[in-house]
Design a protein around this ligand. Structure first.
Ligand code: SF4
Length: 214
């Protein structure tokens, strides 16, 4: 694995495993050992191992943003597990929400579900130009939809909107878009907010995922 500790700065590979440990009320309830360096791909296998031992999935799960992905959210939703799992820009998004929504961010563009098109900050229609499939290391298949603006030439706010030479293209997974709404209903709930406020305590009193290399 490529390690965080890289004294020579050469991206050295060292023999290592990724160990995932979950706890409940400070008691270790499960651990699993993985060969993938990234935590994000370990959650499903860890929870399946939990179920093999106890015969059920945990009712709720808290994990840091390193586990927030479409694949993991879909798994948690399917198994009816309350997900207190942030996605990687959740904190930034919440901070910005208190000021003004960044109008150019893809999540803040208006989506017309009936016509399946987006509208850019200048009100221009962005039409669907391509649908692609991509697979994660676990073999999970994602569907990515690409939408493109009709004409960015001469747009007065182009410099703030995008850096591309061509008309702006955005990429969206509609499944993730919907799953994020679902996970936000937990994260922004009274319980979720209290979890986030007590994060240091919370993280050792609920299901916790750490990884250690050895
Ligand atoms: S640069 Fe293009 S996509 Fe961005 S606001 Fe202007 S017209 Fe719309």
């Amino acid at each position: 694995m490529r390690m965080k500790e890289d004294h020579l700065g050469k991206g050295e590979l060292k023999p290592a495993y990724n160990v995932q440990i979950s706890t409940s009320n400070q008691i270790i309830t499960n651990y699993t050992i993985h060969q993938n360096a990234a935590d994000i791909g370990t959650l499903g296998a860890h929870l399946k191992s939990f179920k093999e031992q106890y015969g059920y999935y945990p009712k709720e799960l808290t994990a840091d943003a390193g586990y927030g992905s479409e694949e993991n959210y879909e798994f948690l939703r399917k198994e009816d597990i309350e997900a207190y799992v942030k996605y990687n820009y959740f904190d930034k998004e919440q901070r910005l929400k208190e000021k003004a929504k960044p109008p150019f961010h893809v999540d803040n563009l208006y989506y017309n579900e009936e016509q399946d098109c987006y509208y850019c900050p200048m009100g221009q229609k962005m039409t669907l130009i391509r649908v692609c499939k991509e697979k994660t290391d676990n073999g999970y298949e994602r569907t990515i939809y690409k939408y493109q603006a009709q004409n960015c030439i001469g747009c007065p706010i182009r410099g703030m909107c995008h850096k591309s030479q061509n008309n702006r293209i955005i990429e969206i997974s509609h499944k993730l878009r919907k799953l994020k709404k679902w996970v936000l209903s937990y994260l922004l709930s009274e319980k979720g907010i209290s979890h986030l406020k007590q994060r240091p305590i919370h993280y050792i009193t609920h299901y916790l995922f750490h990884f250690y290399h050895f």
